[in-house]
Structure formats: C-alpha cells, structure tokens
Design a protein around this ligand. Sequence first.
Ligand SMILES: [Zn+2]
Length: 437
Amino acid sequence: MATLSLREEATELLQELIRVETVNPPGNETRAAELLRQYLGDNGVESELYAKVPERANLVARIPGNGTGPRLVLLSHTDTVLANPAEWELDPWSGDLREGQIWGRGALDMKGQVAASAVAIASLAREGFEPRGDLIFAACADEEVGTGFGLQWLCQEHPEAVRAEYCVNEGAGDRLVLGGRVFYVCSTAEKMSSPFRIRVHGRSGHASRPGIADNALVKAAPLIELLGRFQDTPELGPEVEAFLRAVTGSVPTPDRAVEAAREVHLLAGDLVEPLLGTTVSPTQIVASQGRNVIPALCEVTVDCRILPERTQAEVESQLRELLGESDLDFEWLEGHGGTRSPIDTPLWDAVEAFIADTEPGAQVVPLLLSGFTDSHWLRQAFGTVAYGFFPMRTMEPEVAARLIHSADERIEVEDLELGVGFLRHAAVEVGALPSGA
Ligand SMILES: [Zn+2]
C-alpha cells in the first residue's frame, strides 16, 4: 500500500468530514466524531467520546505526556452553519477537490482545521512522539449555536478531559500585506458579545386618533438614534497596541489610532476601528402587532460588544447616561466571551518561529477579535493560554472572509498542508517545555 503524504492524508480526511453533514441545528456531530475516532484509532491514538445526548458527541484524544510539562490542546469544532445548495456552484457536501481547493460547508470554518489537527496528532503518534505534557485533540460539538452540548459542557462535566495550559483554536491566521510588509494575524483575545434590550413604554390607542395615545414606537426613535451614533472613548488594549506598533512603527494616541492605521492601509484602519471600545448596533425592533393599533410597548434589541475585562455594569451606566432616562427599562440578554491571553508566552514564540521559517520577513501580530470562539471556555475554566491561529498563506483574506458562512466555501490544499505543519510544530515546541513554562 502506498503511503500518503501528510498533504494527501489531510485532504482525504477533510473530504470525508465534509461529506458527513453536521449542520447545526441539529448538529448530529457524533457521525463526525465516529469518523475521527476510526481515523485516530487506525493511527494508534485512543480517543473518547463525551456526549450530553448521544447524537452530539465531542471527541477527545491524547498522546499522554510523562507529566513533566504543560499540556497543549488542539481545539476545533465539528458542527457547521447551514448551506443552501441552490446558492452553490457545487454540492455543499461533496468535498470535491477542484483546482487545488477542497469544496464544502465547513472547509474554512472549521473542518479544515479539524482535519489538520487530527493529521498532526496522528502523524506525531506514528513517529513515536513523546511530549512532556499531554498533547490533546478535542473536536467539539455545538460551537456555532452554543446551546450547551459542546466545550462549555465538557469544561463543566469532564474538566480533566480538556484541562490544558495551552490551546490552539480557530480565530485567525490571515496573511495581510500592509504597507508593503507581510503580517500574520494571531488572535489572543476576544470581545464580549453582550446584546441588550430596552423597552419603551407608552399607552395604546386607536391609530386614527394619535392625539390621545402615547406611541411607544415614536418615543423609541430618538433613543435608537442616540444608540446608532454612540462612540465609546477610544482606548488601546495590549493587542491593539502591539498591532499598531508593528504595523505603523509607533503607538499612536487612542484618538489617532484609526487614522494612523489607515495611513498604512485602509484595511488596517477597518480592523482596528471596532476594537477601541464598546460598540452598539441596534438590530431588531418589535412594536404593535396591528397596523391600526398604537403600540404601548416598543422593544429594541441591540448588538453590543464589550472590551475584554470590562463589565456589563460599567457599560450599562454609560448607556443609561447616554440615553438620559433615569427609569430606562434596560436588560442584558447575555454575555459571552470577553477574555484575553497574554501575548508574551512560549506558544507565541512557537507561532513566530513557524512563520519566520515559512515566510522569512513576515511578522506575527496579535489581534483582539470582535466576535468570540470556544477559546473563552478554556480561558475561563483553566486560565488556558488560547490562541486562534491557522495560517492561510495562499487564500487571500478578503476571499476567505467572503466564503465563511457563505456559498462556495472552500479551502486551498496548500493552506491545509501549511496548517498541518504549523500544528505539528506547535505540538513539538510546547511538548518540549518543562512544567511551569
Ligand atoms: Zn468556527
């Protein structure tokens, strides 16, 4: 039997993973977990399925260390968002290889990284790799919807399965060319997704006689305008500061940050702009159910993203002041994420060393994500140093951004192979660290 190259091995595994449809909801991630268990078992890596309900299993596999070093988890999720075949050029679950690209829902987000992580641990196991701390592979369910079947549940119910000092997950890895220089972005922190709702109260009445009612929808209008114009006082967190220093050559004052980044490249300014403070975007409104009934209640739902380590209480008082209503009916709907990992770590060094080797002259820069990933569960539960990094050298970041969660999602085989190389490198570097590092 001819042996496959790691590139071919990752390609085949990704194709198989794409063909196992795991659109969430409902997910049905157990089928992907079984496929991975089979593949890993064939390569001598034992794995365990952990499932809150049978059809939504999480898979955790490990190469046990000798206990003298920190653990590293290669984290991923096996569920995907939906796909409408009518919008696609190819069947979203074909896994077809065409002109050096593997097509299908999840190719970028994130079955490509699932496959690359699995091939990294399997190939290291075949080579007899002996890390000091455990090398863990965790392919989790339910990241896209987040209803408590995935990593959140694992951290609560089976913490020893996923406890680790270091983690590589999704989140970044884009290759940016800014001002003629090359940067690879590594996400080390995430804003908190913290939507809220305000309720504006009035008095209902017949719409033909507006004078004697108190229209809650009309009263909400000026509040929505205020929210739409909201601009937080800018501040530079450690990630944005390091990004600006690398890209612009100095650290501008917070109020000059966007401008300074734009002078290098428009994209740099666009990247930085939402990361300087809280953002609010009114997105949904509910008022009267009847055209001829003046609403007594108007509910406005607002997407809100808060800087890591800021609290909802701080932001709430800021918003109450902005809206200027002492009896404002205000409610936080949830608060997810808002965590950061330090930038100065051995895992960062491993990312830098890999890029220095892959593309000499390119620089790794940290980034705060405006969204969140599963990394925050590990940071919150164990204080894990978790980075989002899957280097994408061949596919342009603008192209990838357009394909994720959209039609014709696909990944370059070149990038898949590069990802395997990076994950193996990270495993070897962290696997050599002594305890306490
Ligand atoms: Zn994802």
